[in-house]
Design a protein around this ligand. Structure first.
Ligand code: NAI
Ligand code: 13P
Length: 340
């Protein structure tokens, strides 16, 4: 990467805008690509993204742009910050320009038909690209407001990890490296589902014991599933695993948590998603995760329970009753209980 080359951020939502600002703060020129020329013009003139990150000044180093092919051609390091439902359709038309580029996905979702994670889709579209994943407890607004934050850049490509650390690591943002791209990315996608449950629990006034049980059993469940897919469970003890699970399950700033909170208040799923007006990846992830867990025979009672409430017409009371009266299981899957 040459010193004067701009860095691309694809996606003008809350996280794209927050990430673009962070890069600009470290002295980089950033091309923030978005599809909507009206939104780009508004950001260019108002220096704010009022729809997605109201009240945050967009720094002078951030240039809103709308020509995707030109952006990719000009940049070697590209952060992909699109919703999971849009990533394939956005990148496919420019696949011919991606060879040799460093593409870092921050998107926390799973493709429905293929069960592919976003970096796996990028790999399919651009087999000659260099690929990484940025994931961790990274609420966009907190990053934009300079809350002390840490994240993980995960890639088998060490030079890519170093390049991302060089441009993002700063006074309020620590960037840790990991070679486990699959584990880091899976953690980021799975935790959204449990954040919906945590939001429901909060709106129903459940106790702190309950919240702690939920988060801990969620970690057990997501790790069990990840191990079945061949992931390294140790990654789930890091920022991209339990770190992200904690922030999304405890913060009212999380959109997935907000969807759960609205459900707990009695709104329908459609009403909850409409009221949010931003992406809540956990809703789609829940659908594909439930199907995959069944296909693989992985025991995921929390996922099954939330699915039953959201898509099978079961009441919360019925699901809680079933969860609490189910046969007791072992605490940590990977510790032998043969002595009992
Ligand atoms: N907001 C956050 O705190 C964080 C978000 N993420 C992940 O980043 C991804 C993006 O999230 P946000 O920026 O928060 O979403 P957002 O809901 O704030 O914004 C989504 C953006 O994508 C654009 N978009 C939608 N469809 C598009 C398409 N077909 N082509 C081009 N642009 C399109 C929208 O116009 C909007 O600018 C998600 O997967 C999310 O899980 C990851 C870490 C933190
Ligand atoms: O991934 C996130 C924090 O790390 C953002 O979570 P939400 O998408 O639920 O807002």
């Amino acid at each position: 990467m040459t010193a004067r080359q701009p860095i691309a951020v694809l996606g003008g939502g809350s996280f794209g805008t927050a990430l673009a600002n962070l890069l600009a703060e470290s002295g980089q020129t950033v091309w923030l690509w978005m599809r909507d020329p009206g939104q780009a013009e508004a950001i260019r003139t108002q220096r704010e993204n009022p729809r997605y990150l109201k009240g945050i000044k967009v720094l002078p180093g951030v240039e809103p742009v709308t020509d995707l092919a030109a952006t990719i051609s000009a940049c070697e390091l590209i952060f992909v910050v699109l919703p999971s439902g849009a990533l394939r359709q956005a990148l496919q038309p420019v696949s011919g320009l991606l060879a040799g580029k460093m593409l870092v996905s921050t998107t926390k979702g799973i493709e429905a038909q293929s069960f592919k994670l976003m970096s796996q889709i990028i790999e399919e579209i651009a087999p000659a690209a260099r690929i990484g994943v940025l994931s961790g407890p990274n609420l966009a607004r907190e990053i934009a407001e300079h809350a002390l934050t840490a994240t993980v850049i995960a890639s088998e490509d060490e030079a890519l990890c170093r390049a991302v650390q060089a441009v993002l690591h700063g006074r309020t943002f620590r960037v840790y490296a990991s070679a486990d791209r699959f584990g880091a990315e899976l953690g980021g996608a799975l935790k959204n589902v449990y954040a919906i449950m945590a939001g429901m629990a909060a709106s129903l006034g459940m106790g702190e014991n309950t919240k702690s049980m939920l988060i801990t059993r969620a970690l057990a469940e997501m790790t069990r599933f990840a191990v079945r897919l061949g992931a390294n469970p140790m990654t789930f003890l890091g920022l991209a695993g339990v770190g992200d699970l904690i922030v999304t399950c405890t913060s009212p700033k999380s959109r997935n948590y907000q969807v759960g909170y609205a459900l707990g208040q009695g709104l329908s799923l459609e009403e909850a998603v409409a009221r949010l007006g931003e992406v809540a990846e956990g809703v789609n992830t829940l659908r594909v995760l439930k199907a995959k867990a069944e296909e693989l025979g992985v025991y995921m009672p929390l996922v099954a329970g939330l699915h039953a409430i959201l898509f099978e017409g079961r009441t919360l009371a019925q699901v809680i009753e079933a969860l609490m009266t189910g046969e007791p299981k072992t605490d940590v899957d990977f510790i032998s209980t043969s002595g009992f």
